[in-house]
Design a protein around this ligand. Sequence first.
Ligand code: PLP
Length: 373
Amino acid sequence: MAEGGAWNERMCAVRVYNFSAGPAVMPLEVLEEAAAELADWQGSGMSVMEVSHRGKAFVACAADTEARFRSVMGVPDDYAVLFLQGGATGQFAAVPMNLTAAGDSIDLINTGQWSAKALSEAKKYGLDVRVVADEVASKYTSTPAAGSYTLNADAKYVHYTPNETIGGVAFGYVPETGDVPLVADMSSMILSQPIDVTKFGVIYAGTQKNLGPAGMCVVVVRRDLMGHARTDTPTILEYSGMAANDSMLNTPPTFGIYLLGKILAWIEVKGGVDGIAAINRAKAAALYDFIDGHPFYSNPVALDSRSIMNVTFLLADPELDKQFVSEATAAGLTNLAGHRSVGGMRASIYNAMPREGVDALIAFMADFAAKNG
Ligand SMILES: *Cc1c(COP(=O)(O)O)cnc(C)c1O
């Protein structure tokens, strides 16, 4: 069970496998490295949290994080990379404020609770929000097939959620939107698999799933979409001003920027996004294969829409849910209860969840079913 001997001796009795949807597991190597330099960062006699964000050392750290992000994700020069506050939820408002005027129309694909939240926030901005495909009737267990819905050529942008964290539902394709900018909330799948950034107008992701601690949102914006914000857009959410000031118009989330740099270096060691994606696909396949092959467990999501990051599953007898969660926790497998709104179980197996954690979960599930099934 124990993930790393040295860490465990120093810091805690047992490091668990944490299946939380977010804030979520981070790579042990990154935590150890950050711990080792916490009190004295780069010989400054201070932690990275205590230095000036305008000082040479931190400015270099932020520039390194951005350069690594561009290289790992494959972000071309005609896109800005911003480190903003307010999480992904902040972007539910920032996107309409930056990209539209009151009276404009946008298209939205609704596949779950996060796209529904983006929808209700966008409606505050005097927009005609057209839900071009709505999966609510499936109880959010599917994505619309490519070509099964009609997009509007006059939309200012099309918004979608490639991975719905609560339902464990993911698109198997990138919607084709022609000249209309595509906006994606990638909070729970960013850097989990390769994507072609040039297909997108705006990509945003809260950092607390695949990019580090909570408190930051990474926003990738095609530069020609910047500079058209509504005049009443708050300065800290306005893309062009933040881009012109390296996301430092105000004090940035320094610790998050620093840790994101370390996470990116860790991804590089794993073979970049391609390397991570191969590991992710194998982890998800092992878990889904087990669920599909076992009469005690089931997964409600359509086969072409299964997330490789958030794997939901149901027990044959929901009366056993509580016992499952408590015995799993006792075995060092934590945060497996599904979202309070849907019940069942959910194993979030982000980039930082090691394969051993998934194998331990499968072994536990087999054992639990044998004893209680
Ligand atoms: C977690 C999550 C959010 C919310 O992020 P915050 O940073 O808490 O605002 C939004 N969208 C998706 C897809 C998420 O997984």
